[in-house]
Design a protein around this ligand. Structure first.
Ligand SMILES: Nc1ncnc2c1ncn2[C@@H]1O[C@H](COP(=O)(O)OP(=O)(O)OP(=O)(O)O)[C@@H](O)[C@H]1O
Ligand SMILES: [Mg+2]
Length: 453
């Protein structure tokens, strides 16, 4: 006997198949390529295979998307008792590999039990509870940050804090603009925590991390019955999950054009339509979008809808890069270092003064996230009584940093540059109103005009 197919063909009286069926409510056999060889009538009924459809020869995953039978064929190891949800019903399944005389794997058989499972009910309940908990935790991330977690007292950081507080009380759509690692997610969560929505959910979704084919279902949900397989029951979209709270759309520039129209409707009408549902649902969410890209340019290139851009750009908040808030570095480094050391239970080493100087001279393309990474690296690399500059950066980064700089003029131009950015940001976030902007900056109107000149 070389294959399970031959074995079944030789069994012309179906003794073997009858035997398999008698063990349980449903049974199925697959070959070494995981294609279906045989399926009991009861199983056909259970998974709704239409009369006119022949499942024989089809990959088993096509019939049972969550099946573990291929694993059994691959590993040659049985799975004796497992729980599997088939059409909203919990079933106990057992899967066995089938070997020939040479002990090679020639397929697998699966048995399903679903009647008289009362004695297993506590197990099902426990499983369902754990699963629900897991799903909730994965989907609804409670916000981990508050605005108080924002470290730094430089002028740009103070302005950012004031803007964030104002935005928290306004309940309008927000657009967070800033390079990678500048703290956009921290700010979004902080604003949620400071807003009246703090008791509602904070739901985040990263448009850049999702393949386009999944993004729409993930964001807007799917109606029950609209899809086969895992999505058959329907799925709640992130928009609906965020109801009563805040929806954080990270890397919004990556949102496919087709989806942008749907998001526009959420923003304009506060309505959402799950895929395949033909039904509009009311939602009450505040949207905070974030991007490191220049959305204006995307609009000009036709990659981002102009109407959506204006809807999102109601209240833009710029997060300054770390090189424009170098003053924050000592406080940031100290705060993050103690966090890292507590979390990782590493020895509490201080930064040497050399190392601190290095941090303040580095250009920080990766901003605060990079600062954190370098400090983590420093904690691990340090071998002496303190973290040295060499523990923070690789050898080839160091000499360049040590090259003498025209420090005084640098300082001056740096200050002018930061001041200009600050003023521009303040005016922008006050929609051009200079009196408001002066208030936000904590200076008089006259002083603002003077600086503008
Ligand atoms: N002002 C701050 N004080 C303390 N920690 C901060 C501050 N800003 C950012 N961080 C920390 O820096 C890291 C990066 O922040 P975050 O993830 O919010 O940045 P991001 O702008 O969303 O980055 P990306 O664009 O790469 O997603 C996080 O560990 C965050 O806790
Ligand atoms: Mg982020």
């Amino acid at each position: 006997m070389n294959s399970l197919r031959q074995l079944l063909e030789q069994d012309s009286n179906h003794n073997l198949l009858d035997l398999l069926s008698s063990f349980c409510q449903c049974a199925i056999a697959i070959d070494e390529n995981c294609n279906v060889l045989w399926i009991s009538d009861a199983y056909r009924v259970l998974i709704d295979i239409p009369q006119d459809k022949d499942p024989i020869g089809k990959p088993v995953e096509e019939l049972l998307p969550t099946t573990q039978m291929p694993r059994v064929v691959k590993s040659g190891k049985p799975i004796f008792i497992d729980l599997m949800q088939i059409k909203n019903q919990w079933c106990v399944v057992t899967r066995l590999p089938v070997r020939n005389n040479e002990q090679e794997i020639i397929g697998a058989v699966g048995f399903v039990f679903y009647d008289d499972l009362d004695s297993l009910q506590p197990l099902f309940d426990k499983f369902a509870r754990l699963r629900r908990q897991f799903e909730d935790e994965k989907i609804i991330r409670p916000s981990r940050y508050a605005l108080d977690d924002m470290i730094g007292n430089s002028a740009p950081t103070q302005l950012l804090r004031r803007q964030a507080l104002r935005a928290a009380h306004l309940d309008t759509t927000l657009l967070l603009l800033g390079e990678t690692g500048t703290g956009k997610e921290l700010l979004a969560q902080g604003i949620h925590e400071a807003s009246h929505r703090r008791c509602g959910p904070f739901v985040g979704i990263n448009m850049g991390a999702l393949p386009e084919s999944l993004a729409e279902a993930e964001l807007f949900g799917t109606a029950p019955g609209a899809y086969t397989g895992a999505d058959r029951k329907g799925r709640t979209g992130k928009v609906q999950l965020a109801n009563g709270g805040t929806l954080f759309l990270d890397e919004i520039a990556e949102m496919p054009l087709g989806m942008q129209a749907k998001l526009l409707r959420v923003l304009q009408e506060r309505e959402v339509e799950a895929l395949g549902s033909n039904r509009l649902e009311k939602v009450d969410v505040r949207i905070i979008a974030a991007t490191a890209k220049d959305l204006r340019t995307q609009v000009e290139k036709g990659e981002f809808r102009e109407d959506l851009y204006y809807r999102l750009n109601v209240l833009p908040i710029n997060l300054p890069p770390l090189r424009q808030r170098l003053e924050d570095i000592p406080a940031l480094a100290e705060g993050m270092l103690s966090q890292i050391q507590t979390q990782s239970q590493l020895p509490e080493l201080p930064l040497s003064s050399e190392a601190m100087k290095w941090l303040q001279n580095y250009s920080w393309p990766g901003n605060i996230r990079e600062l954190r990474n370098r400090l983590e690296r420093g904690c691990v690399m340090a071998e002496g009584k303190a973290i040295e500059a060499a523990d923070l950066g690789s050898a080839d980064e160091l000499p360049q940093q040590r090259a003498p700089k025209k420090l005084s003029s640098d300082l001056k131009s740096n200050r002018r540059e930061s001041e200009r950015t600050l003023i521009e940001q303040a005016i922008q976030s006050c929609n051009g109103n200079k009196t408001e902007a002066a208030k936000l900056l904590g200076i008089s109107r006259a002083s603002l005009y003077q600086r503008l000149k």
